[in-house]
Ligand binder design. Structure first.
Ligand SMILES: Nc1ncnc2c1ncn2[C@@H]1O[C@H](COP(=O)(O)OP(=O)(O)OP(=O)(O)O)[C@@H](O)[C@H]1O
Ligand SMILES: Nc1ncnc2c1ncn2[C@@H]1O[C@H](COP(=O)(O)OP(=O)(O)OP(=O)(O)O)[C@@H](O)[C@H]1O
Ligand SMILES: [Mg+2]
Ligand SMILES: [Mg+2]
Lengths: 256, 256
């Protein structure tokens, strides 16, 4: 049975997609069988891997709301050992549609159950909110990786994120746990970055990954070429950081 | 009657809150009567102005979902000429609660109607999604300012944003219009920034504000002190940009 990870933080622009895409492609490059699920109506993970959102036959929306077979919806081998369940803007309407459905929080878990045995790891890229899509991810996941930008405003919502996770843990998914928090966009030239890292270390004493992802424009450029950082510039600081983070994630979830 | 502006973009972390806080405080410093409405459950606009989210008697949530009197909920004179309708995480549950209510898209417009005559400008800071909260903002607003980060992934969702605005314009608010798009976090050292600006200029030929907000760590530091950029570092490039943007906004909405 694979381990399912949700990349979540309701604060926008903190590196959820960048982390999901680069950790999943790195783990796949090591030979693990990986699925990345794009659960964001923006479909950034889908296009960061070079897939055309408009050309998706079936997408996360169909699987979630209409119970489409995930095996049919998944784009297999978007990279060696990496499959993608892509998203397009049909997903934007999902939250309102899900509210009316029974077991609305468990739709994703039920949808992934039949295929989770095919993968060593499943990573879910969440939208910047704590609505029903993210609650579905928390219900389907074994654990959560929280990317936190090294900026003050990114600290604000952490309590809310933890409270939502606790709620899901108590009511829907007792196994849910924070696998770790990863500091992103660290800029060594500013005091602000270091102050935020210290703050988070106090908030999550035993959960911070050792890897700190530096701010690096190469990471922001890679998606415009539909490439991962390992493909776009494998010698960059960003590539090094995501290899290291991938190793830490693999170790914490017990990948061989 | 005041002009109501929504700061919106479902892409996260593009500078919606930073723009709402600094434009509103600049216009207030010119002597205009301004209200800033925090419509994001993260409450970043509320804390960026130094207000304590936990100490709010009434908040945007109460006004929106329980029809509380906005005059009682507003924190008046958080700065000279600037009032704040603050948000806290009670707002996180609003989207699910709003779905069941009649006229769910018009709750904010109805709530602001009795007080809009007290202000020259009302700015609404939206969360990073196109759900019911942002639809409420589009229904209540005369026009929308779209902050766009100078990064590739920020281009992806623009069509979706325009489609959602069109939908609201056709069904709920025929006056709705894009006041302008403002490019944010421009980094003159990278080609990426310039490429994105050129892309957006082609997408929105007549709508781009002349002001381009540079990436400046002072803008990221100011909220941790509960200060606007004008207070924190009024000689910084960020302060200059937001004064200039404020002037452009004032001119486009016809403020004297
Ligand atoms: N370490 C980094 N250095 C520089 N730029 C980065 C870094 N990580 C991500 N970016 C860029 O910053 C922006 C935000 O990152 P990303 O889209 O991954 O965040 P997100 O949390 O998924 O955003 P959203 O909340 O909209 O889903 C993107 O343009 C991305 O390319
Ligand atoms: N021009 C800038 N230069 C540097 N940092 C900036 C700039 N504008 C905003 N920031 C910082 O970038 C982060 C994102 O900005 P902000 O929170 O205003 O975006 P947002 O669109 O409101 O995010 P969300 O989608 O979460 O609501 C914040 O930490 C902010 O302080
Ligand atoms: Mg994302
Ligand atoms: Mg914001």
């Amino acid at each position: 049975m694979g381990h399912t990870l949700a990349l979540a933080n309701q604060k926008g622009g903190v590196g959820k997609t960048t982390s999901a895409v680069n950790v999943s492609s790195y783990l796949a490059s090591l030979g693990h069988h990986v699925l990345i699920v794009d659960l964001d109506p923006q479909g950034n993970a889908t296009s960061s891997l070079g897939a055309d959102k408009r050309a998706l036959n079936l997408s996360t929306y169909d699987v979630l709301v209409h119970g489409a077979d995930p095996r049919e919806a998944v784009i297999s081998k978007i990279r060696p050992n990496l499959d993608l369940l892509g998203a397009n803007n049909a997903l934007a309407g999902a939250e309102v549609e899900l509210v009316q459905l029974t077991n609305r929080e468990q739709r994703l878990r039920r949808a992934l159950e039949p295929i989770s045995g095919d993968y060593d790891v499943i990573l879910i890229d969440c939208p910047p909110s704590l609505g029903l899509l993210t609650v579905n991810a928390f219900t389907a996941a074994n654990s959560v990786v929280v990317p936190i930008q090294c900026e003050y405003l990114a600290l604000e919502g952490l309590m809310q994120l933890i409270n939502t996770m606790d709620l899901v843990k108590r009511r829907l998914n007792p196994a849910l746990d924070v696998l770790g928090v990863v500091m992103t966009m660290f800029d060594s030239r500013t005091r602000l970055s270091t102050q935020v890292v210290e703050n988070v270390r106090r908030f999550f004493p035993n959960r911070m990954f050792r890897t700190i992802v530096p701010r690096s424009v190469r990471l922001a450029e890679a998606p415009s070429h539909g490439q991962t950082i390992l493909e776009y510039d494998s010698r960059s600081a960003g590539a090094d950081a995501y290899r290291q983070l991938g190793d830490e994630v693999a170790q914490r979830i017990g990948l061989p």
